[in-house]
Design a protein around this ligand. Structure first.
Ligand SMILES: *[C@@H]1O[C@H](CO)[C@@H](O)[C@H](O)[C@H]1NC(C)=O
Length: 433
């Protein structure tokens, strides 16, 4: 019994709030421990009833009007851990009739890449499920001593106007800052130029702002370990944010353009100087409208495993939002990253393999008819198979269940979500949004 109680305590301190049905928890508990009623009564009161009641009160008071648990997919029993490959093959293209109905009422940012054109189609089909759409179109690079913004050739104005006729999602193309950072951050002329290039592209193309990715590049160049350069980097983002905010949207003169900034999860349990931490979040709060948090790619071919273990996601959010007092109030600005792609890793004879998308996954299911397993620790589905050369593979790809649990994690913190990327998923994933 003691063991059981310990486990429960660990579980409940591990989670922000009990998400299971509190009444079944009570039932299970009292059933197993009939011998020590007094202790149990106290235990139940303090650890189950009081938290359950406060959660209930909290939910009634603050809850949005819909919950993932009521989604179409869940109603017809598709969201589950004991999943069979046949079910995925027969169900994946069946989606709810109403493509506008939102299950997830927090902000939803979806990335679209030119190399997976299905994403453009999904953005149109499910426009009203998204608040922000980010086509991956631009690079800001050094050319000699100058800077150039490359990517206009990717931009698709026809697609944008179709989206705008259908719904209100903001279109914020992603810009990667590839320019040599030590030059750019040191010279005012180059910083001003970078900002001018971005702002004038937004005006000319009538974008609603941009999603900027630079932190990972700056970390790769090693400039973030120098405190002076790190400060200059933060200052540049602030300057860009204020310049972007000074322009109003072409659609509504009251609405300023937006800056969403891409951030990565910390590299280890303790924050390193090049990691983006809670103080950075705080410091950029005024200049940045949202933070797109890349909580995926936990594993790699050299270290095969789940793409984004739920506990790691929780830990990352705890580190960013849970430490300082009012950082918690920044949660609504965070877009928690969810992958719609998976990985097919080679397990035998060295390492190898890599990312797969929905159609690759479906053909693997058809060919190998695998037994799907649910990995409790990471909260992800996976399967093993042997290829034609008898080499062993492990395939991790999102399922309705794995996505639902991540949506619930995001909901419990009050964050939005970001999806990388909507051309890579299965159609029925969109029912959960
Ligand atoms: C679809 O969902 C939207 C948003 O929830 C709702 O306003 C609309 O009435 C629904 N349409 C149908 C046909 O049910």
């Amino acid at each position: 019994m003691a063991k059981r109680r310990d486990r429960r305590l660990v579980q409940s301190s591990d989670r922000r709030e009990p998400r299971g049905d509190p009444s079944t928890q009570v039932d299970q508990f009292s059933e197993s421990a009939a011998s020590d009623r007094k202790l149990i009564a106290i235990f139940i009161l303090f650890f189950i009833v009081i938290p359950a009641v406060s959660v209930l009160v909290y939910r009634i008071k603050y809850a949005p009007n819909t919950y993932g648990t009521e989604s179409h997919a869940r109603q017809d029993g598709r969201v589950k851990t004991d999943l069979k490959y046949e079910e995925i093959l027969s169900e994946n293209s069946k989606v709810s009739k109403n493509a506008s109905h939102r299950q997830y009422t927090y902000p939803v940012l979806a990335y679209i890449t030119p190399w997976n054109s299905k994403g453009y189609e999904m953005a149109k089909r499910f426009t009203n499920k998204f608040t922000h759409l980010s086509p991956v179109w631009y690079d800001l690079r050094s050319q000699g001593t100058e800077l150039i913004l490359e990517g206009r050739h990717n931009a698709d104005r026809g697609w944008i106007s179709e989206l705008r006729m259908k719904g209100g999602a903001l279109v914020l193309p992603r810009v990667v800052l590839e320019a040599f950072p030590s030059e750019m951050l040191r010279k005012k002329k180059l910083r001003d130029k970078a900002i001018e290039l971005v702002v004038s592209e937004c005006k000319e193309m009538e974008y609603d702002g941009i999603v900027l990715e630079s932190w990972s590049r700056w970390a790769a160049y090693g400039i973030l370990s120098d405190p002076d350069m790190r400060n200059k980097a933060l200052k540049f983002i602030k300057q860009l944010g204020h310049a972007i905010h000074s322009v109003s949207s072409s659609r509504s003169s009251k609405q300023p353009l937006q800056l969403v900034y891409v951030i990565g999860p910390p590299h280890s349990e303790k924050l390193q100087v090049h990691d983006f931490g809670p103080e950075d979040l705080q410091s950029l709060n005024d200049a940045v409208d949202g933070f797109s948090l890349m909580t995926y790619d936990f594993s790699s071919p050299h270290n095969p495993g789940p793409n984004a273990p739920l506990k790691w996601i929780h830990f990352t959010l705890q580190l960013l939002l849970g430490t300082t007092g009012n950082a918690r109030t920044l949660a609504h600005k965070v877009f928690l990253g969810i992958n719609f792609y998976g990985n097919d890793f080679l397990l035998s004879e060295g390492s190898g393999g890599g990312a797969i998308i929905g159609r690759d996954y479906l053909s693997l299911l058809e060919k190998h008819k695998p037994f799907l397993r649910w990995e409790e620790n990471s909260a992800e589905h996976f399967f093993l198979y042997f290829d034609d050369e008898n080499k062993k593979h492990a395939v991790f790809y999102p399922s309705l269940m794995s996505i639902s649990l991540r949506l619930e994690e995001a909901r419990s913190w009050g964050t939005g979500i970001s999806i990388w990327e909507i051309g890579q998923g299965l159609d029925y994933f969109f029912d959960l949004l």
